[in-house]
Ligand binder design. Structure first.
Ligand code: ASP
Length: 330
């Protein structure tokens, strides 16, 4: 009898503890966020991914009622940050912005400690950004034809910056070299922010970078633009021909971005992050800044978990064979 009573008391305690735990969890989700949210960026500050992150972080923070703090975790073309986020607590206080490197990494690295298709929750796509092949101001070549001749004559003496294995600057640079049938000296940085600084300073010859912050430098002649990675010329720099029209047929790289959270982040929190992201992308200042850099905000239906996950899946299948065929890295 005594034993029965103790047993019942024990069960009651367990039941009420788990009810309490359940209601604590529910209220934690309802009250989220009660402190600042960390938005992880897989590249150095001052680069294109960092710029987009900082642009959306402010209005997202305003919607959520807590600051969204950008944390740069550069290295290994974004895979260090992806690993960190995949292992972070799924409590909504860590979110992540990454570009198409999320889709290309599997083909570039033998073994990743995370799986792009299963280690994350998907919040939504953000924006598509074109790239431009840039050269330092003092490079003797003034157009694509002259660049071709210069590269043929100088081969591996020509240096090309990138943001590490898995970065789109590396992918774009290596695709360019594979199409030209040359091998340049590739120099990895922690992001194209610092790479662009070195291009401006003349320490490196070439860089393939997003338009996010390169357009003003192209316009005022502080860097040379040899071609865009788009099928059509960009309205912001109409005098810069596409690489496609200059002989590199079909050379197209458009850099897409997505926002993620660690796997297991509760749905009510994901919904709040998604709503804040959508609102940020509708913010007039954000829109203007992105438009000026020829960056396309994705259609509303793509700013969703399904929009991002389906796109990621497709891109893994598109880039895997391209990377293997181009033998990247060799
Ligand atoms: N644009 C860089 C890349 O090549 C990344 C960055 O710094 O945003 O992937």
């Amino acid at each position: 009898m005594k034993l029965k009573k103790t047993l019942f008391a024990g069960i009651a305690a367990v039941v009420s503890a788990s009810t309490l735990l359940g209601s604590n969890v529910a209220s934690a989700q309802k009250d989220w966020p009660t402190k600042s949210v960390q938005l992880v960026v897989p590249f150095a500050a001052g680069g294109p991914t960092d710029t987009i992150a900082r642009l959306i972080a402010v209005p997202m923070g305003q919607s959520l009622g807590q600051t969204v703090v950008v944390e740069n975790v550069p290295g290994a073309g974004g895979t260090i940050a992806s690993t960190k986020v995949a292992r972070a607590a799924p409590d909504g206080y860590t979110i992540y912005i990454h570009h198409m490197g999320m889709a290309t990494a599997q083909a570039l690295y033998d073994k990743l400690p995370y799986d792009p298709m299963t280690s994350f929750e998907y919040i939504g796509q953000v924006a598509d950004v074109p790239m431009v092949l840039l050269g330092k101001k003092d490079l003797p070549a003034n157009n694509f034809k002259e660049l071709e001749a210069y590269i043929k004559a100088n081969g591996s003496k020509v240096t090309m910056a990138n943001a590490g294995p898995g970065a789109v600057s590396q992918l774009c640079g290596l695709l360019f070299q594979s199409r030209m049938g040359v091998r340049l000296t590739n120099i990895p940085y922690k992001g194209t922010g610092p790479a662009l600084t070195d291009l401006l300073g003349g320490q490196v010859d070439l860089l393939c970078d997003q338009t996010t912050q390169t357009i003003p430098y192209i316009k005022d002649g502080r860097v040379k633009a040899f071609g865009t990675t788009t099928m059509k010329r960009l309205p912001a720099i109409p005098n810069v021909p596409t690489l496609n029209e200059q002989g590199l047929k079909g050379f197209e790289v458009k850099v897409w971005h997505g926002v993620y959270a660690p796997k297991g982040t509760p749905q009510p929190i994901l919904d709040k992050i998604n709503a804040a992201l959508k609102k940020a992308l509708n913010n007039p200042d954000v829109k203007k800044r992105l438009e000026d850099a020829n960056i396309d905000i994705v259609p509303a239906e793509k700013i969703s978990a399904k929009g991002l996950k389906d796109h990621l899946d497709r891109e893994i299948n598109v880039w895997g064979p391209v990377i293997r065929k181009a033998n990247i890295p060799d």
